[in-house]
Design a protein. Sequence first.
Length: 265
Amino acid sequence: MIDSAIPAPPSRSLAARLLDLLIWGGVAVLLIYSIDDVNLGDLSRLFSNAENTRTFAAELLRPDFTDWRLFVEKMWETVQIALWGTFIAVFAAVPMGLAAARNVSPVWVVTPVRWIMNMLRSIPDLVIGLLFVVAVGLGPLPGVLAIALNTAGVLAKLFSEAVESIDKGPVEGVRATGATSLHEIVWGVIPQVAPLWTSFALYRFESNSRSATVLGLIGAGGIGQVLFDRMNAFDFRDVSAVVVIVVIAVTLIDMLSQAMRKRLL
């Protein structure tokens, strides 16, 4: 007779529970300790300056689309900056991702490549953008290059983690035929990770469409420069119109990206 009793959940050791308590207790203590450092006590200011807030909100709720052609043109330029930045980043991230995967590359290759990836991810887009503005001048090109470098570091990490989680069976099968290491990667690794890599790239394109807007604030092209100029002029109705166009554009990109990702599944 088969025992249909539901098995008891696995018990955890006292050491594991104490470790969990230490970790989450530490997080709680850190949150409490940092209340003053992040000025959470000043939340009341949101209501003490209610009149200024109402005036500002009233302007934002009346967007002025008089210059809509300029806004759409600059938004399209922003999308192109994000698209080219992501495209270049993917081609840089593929070899770095493979070189940083511990199950594909030797440790003397993995370690320096991971250092490079960490450096590219750590430097803010604005800093990289400023560097390229000085090097090549104002315009969309500094934005493309800044997004490409930062995104290459992020995608390379994601790509390497995808490679490290592959099934070893197909790779061993290719190796059993006497194939070279390059053939193992082409026929055993890439087919497994290609859908996931594509999904990562599409997601980063969505993120870069927003990042490219911020880069415009330093003269790196796109809608950000228009937004910055209107904010400095206190033309909040134009600011509201720009925000509406950015939201619409990002939403459309998100819908397109989701449709493309579904086809990969």
